[in-house]
Design a protein around this ligand. Sequence first.
Ligand code: PLP
Length: 303
Amino acid sequence: MTDKPKVWLNNKIIPWDDAQVPILSHGFARGSAVFEVFGTHAVPDGIAAFRMDAHLKRLEQTVSLLGMELGFSIQEIVKAVSKLAVINLSERGLVKIVAYWGEEAIINLVLKSKLDVAIFTIPTSEELGLDKVKPLSACISKWKKLHPETIPVQAKACANYLNGYLVRKDANDRGFDLGLNLGTDGFLAEGSIESVFIVKDGILKTPPLGRILASVTRDSIINAAKHDDIEVCETALVKEDLYTADEIFTCHTGIKVTPIFRFEELELKAPGPVTTQVSEMMNNIINSRDSRFKEWFQMLYRH
Ligand SMILES: Cc1ncc(COP(=O)(O)O)c(C=O)c1O
């Protein structure tokens, strides 16, 4: 990044390069940091965040699931995001919020202090590839999804992404773009950083909540699809459902819908007709062309 945006850190606006933690901090050396990411979009009268309320609710839930406490209220974080968006003139991009114990903790595993909060705005770029839809290949990873009784998988905790890293690396080592993982019970879970949908006989199917992250994009697709009379079914899926799918796509905040053109050795139409419909539906929503969902935007600043 050439002109690095400013960072909001514990109520101070500081240069990007000054946003650092000690190597022996609990958040880094014990991997206990948590985070949230959501998109910012140009809307007709300014810049808005897409479903910031849902993302901040998930942040609260993450912190509570892990028995932690944020150093700032959600209202204070909302104000901070708006302030930072004005300072950095954020348009299309991402907001990343990281909450963490910045203090060094060499022996002590359970800390009582409140979490530090850092907020970053990340402008879209060639590398980030927001809004650039490129069909990808996917496989089933040899790594299983974390069992919900080992760690809360609904928590957006940095430590959970070691599993995501292994899944993606396994897929890349085998020549695929993405890995999807099954739970230890053999049912389909999700990708490293994405939820997964299949299309079978015109019906959208996706694994139910419980063993996966409660993705905000997944929720948006399910809700909007119902409004557009696309049948959606949240149901347990197995590997064979992927092998016999008509279409497969993944989704996450950064890229709303990514068609899968190859799953293992199965070639798929990418995008197929239903994926195209869902993709257009989401593009219309995030580009403010669908007024039915305007409450999904929270204004960060007005021109
Ligand atoms: C494991 C996992 N699943 C799904 C998603 C998609 O979630 P969202 O739509 O809220 O970005 C993410 C996003 O980071 C993720 O990390």
